[in-house]
Design a protein around this ligand. Structure first.
Ligand SMILES: Nc1ncnc2c1ncn2[C@@H]1O[C@H](COP(=O)(O)OP(=O)(O)OP(=O)(O)O)[C@@H](O)[C@H]1O
Length: 520
């Protein structure tokens, strides 16, 4: 009995153990299952959250990109209709030629009113109200530029080309709604870059945007900082390439590129820098503009090389090199050794007339400029000098004192030949003729600006007789007298083999440093 009992007990014990084990196992299975379920739910929740975050991030990015999409052509509302008769009269009076392969034929904006329909920001229009009406180059270029077209704008010196590209540039940024760097204006000299910057800054300040000027001869630090918050940059090529190479400037969002004094920018001395700058700007959405007063044939096909079916707007007969007709051009053929004496006589003659009228003298090389500066100062003339032997501070001070009228005589090399806008320059004296006839047209264009008249006096010697024919053509083209002595040198115009221009797109030996023609 006892054994049996014992066996029963043991069996029961075993059975209890079994069921205990089983219930423990069940419990554990249950718990495992629950844990697993919870884990899965947690994982699903995390995945869902992650998916939502990804989706939100993607939407946010798309929204941001959509907002910062590239320039969308300003919607043209029904423009204030200017009668065709008025338009035709305007085109005829200003000898306007518009070459447009696609015949878009957008009506010129011959008054500021019609600009309102191009959705121009009212603050920009307010800034323009200091003028009566758009200048011809502005009237013809703005409508095309506001439609995102590439343009080559050719118009006489002093005709408002800066705002011609500047107004649509700032409107372009306003339209984009983006604070990224989008506008790049490249100019050949520091003084001209500064002047363009001053013009653009008035507009960017008016609409709460930022503009920066990048040029050599001054420390880089401030320029590096300012670029980061700017939407527009005005630059000379050398310093800009420096900042690109060191990674301080990124042009990937630039979609509005302007070459001011474009024919000069395509010359040999600038080609490597310009090539690198163009390479840094993506071609996809790029709107490219070129503006100048002189547009030699050698440059035209080059320019097309990186523009998209550009519209060419010319004011006046720009096929032949023509000077501003409001400038009285006097050419005197003289012995080179008599130039300084003659210069002193001219200064006596013109300075006595009207103290407020500025006289701008051009020498060719900086050594000559330094020598003449010393001579004039020794003779008691108060002269401001602008040439490459001076540091940037001295150059800025000289230009400022001339603009303000502290000095009414400036002596400069061709660094001042292009673009500088000094309203009261009444007389330009070419003490030494420039290297090219184009530079002659730009030099004398420092006077007779914005509709005013001016006088250009040129001392011509047999050293530059190879340019006598071209000079004679410019004089005749502007209805100016051609001196007998000048014609004695012959009227041929040596076909200018612009090795400078030709080199631009050829595989230039990038190792061979281009000969920079610098006067500054
Ligand atoms: N619509 C306008 N009406 C009158 N004056 C204007 C107008 N637009 C610009 N100006 C003035 O004309 C002058 C010359 O302008 P700007 O310097 O832009 O000429 P430009 O054509 O670039 O000359 P350049 O070929 O010598 O560079 C400036 O003083 C400028 O303020």
């Amino acid at each position: 009995m006892a054994d049996l009992e014992l066996q029963n007990k043991k069996r029961k014990h075993d059975e209890n153990g079994e069921s205990l084990k089983k219930s423990k196992k069940d419990k554990k299975d249950k718990k495992d299952k629950k844990d697993k379920k919870e884990k899965k739910e947690k994982k699903d929740k995390e995945e869902k959250k992650e998916k939502k975050e990804k989706k939100d991030k993607k939407e946010k990015k798309e929204k941001k990109e959509k907002k910062e999409s590239n320039f969308v052509a300003a919607p043209i509302k029904e423009a204030v209709q200017t009668s065709q008769a008025d338009i035709d009269q305007f085109l005829k009076d200003n000898e306007v030629t518009i070459e447009d392969a696609n015949n878009t034929n957008i009506q010129p904006a011959i008054n500021f009113d019609s600009l309102k329909n191009f959705s121009i920001d009212s603050r920009i229009l307010k800034n323009l109200s200091k003028f009566d009406k758009p200048s011809p180059i502005q009237a013809c270029s703005w409508p095309y530029l506001l439609q995102g077209k590439d343009i080559v704008g050719v118009a006489e010196t002093g005709s408002g080309k800066t705002l011609g590209f500047g107004v649509p540039a700032v409107q372009h940024v306003v339209n984009s709604g983006s604070k990224k760097l989008q506008v790049l204006v490249v100019s050949p000299t520091r003084e001209l870059a500064t002047q363009i910057f001053d013009n653009l800054k008035e507009l960017t300040d008016a609409v709460g945007l930022h503009c920066v000027c990048v040029y050599g001869g001054v420390p880089k630090e401030q320029q590096r900082k300012d670029v980061l918050k700017s939407q527009c940059v005005v630059a000379t090529p050398g310093r800009l390439v420096d900042l690109i190479n060191e990674g301080s400037v990124n042009l990937e969002n630039v979609n509005y590129l302007v070459l001011d004094e474009a024919d000069r920018m395509l010359e040999k001395g600038f080609e490597e820098d310009i090539k690198q700058i163009i390479k840094s700007v993506s071609e996809k959405n790029r709107q490219t503009l070129m503006f100048t007063a002189t547009w030699p044939k050698e440059v035209r096909e080059l320019a097309n090389g990186f523009m998209k079916s550009p519209i060419r707007v010319s004011i006046g007969n720009r096929d032949e090199l023509t000077a501003n007709k409001r400038i009285k051009q006097i050419v005197e053929v003289i012995d080179p050794y008599d130039k300084e004496k003659r210069l002193l006589q001219l200064l006596q003659q013109y300075q006595s007339k009207n103290k407020d009228e500025r006289i701008l003298i051009f020498a060719l090389y900086k050594k000559e400029a330094s020598r003449i500066e010393r001579t004039l100062k020794y003779k008691g003339f108060d002269v401001a000098a602008l040439h490459g032997d001076l540091n940037q501070i001295q150059r800025q001070q000289a230009l400022e004192s001339f603009k303000k009228g502290d000095c009414d005589i400036m002596l400069a090399t061709d660094v001042a030949a292009r673009g500088l806008d000094i309203p009261d320059v009444k007389v330009v004296i070419n003490l030494t003729f420039p290297l090219t006839i184009e530079d002659y047209v730009h030099r004398i264009g420092r006077t007779g600006r914005a509709g005013k008249t001016g006088i250009a006096y040129t001392l011509f010697t047999d050293h530059e007789k190879h340019l006598a024919g071209a000079l004679g053509n410019v004089l005749r083209g502007a209805d100016q007298p051609v001196p007998e002595e000048l014609m004695k040198f012959g009227s041929h115009t040596k076909k200018k083999e612009h090795s400078a221009y030709g080199a631009f797109f050829k595989n230039v030996d990038m190792n061979k440093k281009a000969k920079k023609i610098t006067f500054d």
